[in-house]
Design a protein around this ligand. Structure first.
Ligand SMILES: [Zn+2]
Length: 120
């Protein structure tokens, strides 16, 4: 159920910094935010689907997911950095997370935590 992800040294350092905001009793700490980032750092495992499954009470915060994806994903058209905008939960399409490319300004969307696409 957990996706394996590979991160480079730069991504590792950026995630580690984020971990002290969303985990480690940082300003936006929650238990699942902490575990979610820790699993990426220590096991290379993306546990978003696991923690957001219906049987778990506490969810990873939208902001935490968005900020982590800023680090993990690149713009599919230009490979530039992306900036998290907002999350929209829909009945038909599930969770939609919106990003903008800081380089080419494309609007990007991730559906249900998976792949990044250019949004219509
Ligand atoms: Zn771009």
């Amino acid at each position: 159920m957990n996706n394996k992800i590979t991160i480079n040294e730069t991504q590792y350092k950026a995630l580690h910094k984020l971990w002290f905001v969303f985990g480690n009793n940082g300003k936006k700490h929650s238990h699942v935010n902490h575990r979610y980032i820790q699993n990426i750092l220590e096991q290379g495992e993306d546990t978003e689907a696991f923690y957001n499954a219906k049987h778990t009470k506490e969810k990873i915060s939208d902001e935490c997911l968005g900020m982590v994806k800023e680090i993990i994903f690149k713009c599919p058209s230009c490979e530039g950095d992306i900036k998290y905008q907002h999350t929209h939960n829909t009945d038909w399409y599930g969770k939609l997370e919106y990003f903008d490319c800081v380089n080419c300004k494309d609007h990007l969307v991730i559906q249900n935590g998976n792949e990044i696409n250019i949004s219509a």
